[in-house]
Design a protein around this ligand. Structure first.
Ligand code: NAD
Length: 520
């Protein structure tokens, strides 16, 4: 085993607490990239069934190791045990199983129709690996956001380099799981460091960058990638609206708003950041939400009995403090969590009303356990308010009128909508996930998201015979006339025209082959 192999491949994640890669320079990033490039043909040569079998092994390892994984996640992030179980372990297992079962079908060579004028050729799409995929990921769901691009990239035949957030490295954990699942250490390598390391890895020219994180960082990464024409997938921030109509079930909607706003201490890219409630149920909604929110508990115990953990970084605590103070200074009212001293990273869930639209809280991503509730009157107003944001990651719409909720779900400019539920689209691995506007572009999960880690190659197979194509040289006015007729018949529609097209095409082919061999 080479020195770098030893550095990136840890048998037991306890042995990796001091990681020699943490001071890695640009030249080490280059070295990691070379290792990835060298191994990639080996990954690409595995059959889809073989790659799927590694998913099966990984699924068993994750299931087996779930307590160790949750302990590490809790240590790095401070989230509640239940949050770690649901959104990191369960969600990851579901996606691994999806890749194991559906990956081979999604990535298999695809037959597509061949138009009649190209008869009898055959058309195929091959979903080829891109090469080396670089995944740069954030701290809010370090296990989930890290593992998803790694295993999708691998399943598509790529070598992968993962750069976790410097705040939640989960030191040695991923390597340990991949080792236990019998992955070669260079198939998926983990490199620790901050933004500088991410940037050095981009300079080493991966074949795709899959970035999850803040919008400003996403812009920087895209600019850097542009110099090398590296394709990027960007999963960025959100300011997700929740729209509640008068005929919604208020009991369910308030519990949904609480979970959507406060799970993971609000540090979810798709968390409920703005809650718009129609005037007929506004008072009841605010009252119920306030009452239920006051019953939520804070803690990071190991028995899964606390609702909300603490904020992961102190910078995030400061941002939330600024937003709450700004809203209060502009006349907003805080209905819960008034006992927070603004210095603790344990932030009690905060419900706010009368928050003005021009406040920081309504304009920028909060990424904390804060839900502002805003009253609206009409459907048009709700749509206008929901769309009044530079972001477009996710949304939820609540109500009993099926036509109305569907109309509003269609009208909100966003990547995902849950109807009478919240953040549930992420719960189905068959659905693509991603945003529009400042929330980024590109998709993960679903067949679209899996194929996003491939280079689709289009191939047409023709016969090895003496036939000369009608559109090849030499050109003559007779052939021009025939081609003109075929064009008219093919695109005029109707069975008769199609028959005429077929007949003329056959004549044209015979003529084209004759003049192709003998000259005009
Ligand atoms: P961040 O943008 O600060 O950092 C994300 C990653 O980028 C980290 O690994 C960091 O080291 C790296 N990085 C920073 N500067 C870099 C550079 N110049 N070049 C290369 N890499 C660089 O984000 P964060 O604070 O860790 O995460 C919070 C943000 O992530 C929020 O905005 C949240 O909405 C977003 N997020 C989005 C999704 C999604 O799927 N859309 C999911 C989770 C989080």
């Amino acid at each position: 085993m080479s020195q770098l192999e030893t550095q990136t491949h840890h048998k037991d994640h306890k042995t990796s607490e001091h990681n020699p890669m943490s001071n890695t320079s640009a030249s080490a990033a280059e070295k990691i990239m070379q290792q990835a490039r060298a191994i990639q043909p080996q990954v690409g040569a595995l059959t889809l069934a073989e790659r799927a079998s590694f998913m099966a092994k990984l699924r068993k390892v994750v299931l087996d190791q779930q307590d160790v994984i949750i302990d590490t996640i809790q240590k790095d992030t401070g989230k509640s045990r239940f949050d770690a179980l649901v959104a990191e372990i369960f969600a990851v297992l579901d996606y691994i199983e999806f890749l194991e079962k559906s990956g081979p079908k999604i990535l298999a060579p695809e037959k597509v129709p061949t138009p009649i004028v190209l008869f009898p050729k055959k058309s195929r799409i091959y979903y080829e690996p891109l090469g080396v995929v670089l995944a740069i990921v954030p701290w809010n769901y370090p296990f989930y956001t890290g593992l998803i691009p790694c295993i999708t990239g691998f399943m598509a035949g790529n070598a992968v380099i993962l750069k976790p957030s410097e705040f939640t490295p989960l030191q040695g954990l991923m390597e340990s799981l991949f080792y236990k699942a019998e992955f070669h250490p260079h198939w998926i390598q983990v490199v620790y460091g901050d933004g500088k390391m991410g940037s050095d890895l981009i300079n080493a020219r991966p074949n795709k960058i899959f970035f999850t994180g803040g919008t400003e960082t996403g812009k920087r990464i895209m600019k850097q990638a542009a110099d090398f024409l590296i394709p990027v997938g960007l999963e960025l921030g959100g300011k997700d609206p929740m729209v509640v109509f008068n005929d919604a079930n208020v009991e369910r909607a308030t519990s949904g708003a609480m979970w959507g706003g406060f799970c993971n201490a609000g540090q979810t890219c798709t968390s409920v950041e703005r809650c718009y409630v129609q005037s007929g149920v506004y008072d009841e909604f605010v009252e119920k939400m306030t009452e239920k929110t006051k019953r939520l508990t804070l803690g990071t115990d190991k028995d899964g009995n606390s609702d909300i953990g603490h904020i992961t970084t102190d910078d995030q605590r400061k941002k939330i403090t600024v937003q709450v103070n700004d809203a209060l200074a502009r006349g907003a009212k805080q209905l819960t969590g008034e006992n927070w001293d603004k210095t603790s990273k344990y932030i009690p869930p905060i419900v706010m009303v009368d928050v003005p639209n021009d406040s920081i809280m309504m304009q920028e991503e909060t990424f904390g356990p804060v839900v502002p509730i805003i009253k609206f009157e009409t459907e048009d107003e709700a749509i206008r308010l929901a769309n009044d944001s530079e972001y477009g990651l996710s949304a939820s719409v609540w109500g009993g009128d099926k036509a109305q909720v569907e109309r509003v779900a269609r009208a909100i400019v966003t990547g995902n909508v849950s109807v009478n539920n919240v953040m549930v689209t992420q719960g189905n691995s068959h659905l693509p996930f991603g945003g529009v506007k400042a929330s980024g572009f590109g998709r993960t999960k679903g067949s679209i998201g899996v194929r996003a880690f491939t280079a689709p190659k289009s191939v047409i197979f023709d016969g090895n015979n003496g036939k000369i194509e009608p559109n090849w040289h030499p050109y003559t006015s007779k052939k021009y006339g025939m081609f003109r007729n075929v064009t008219r018949y093919v695109f005029s529609g109707g069975v008769l025209n199609l028959l005429k097209a077929g007949l003329t095409a056959v004549k044209m082919e015979i003529y084209a082959s004759k003049i192709g061999k003998n000259g005009r």
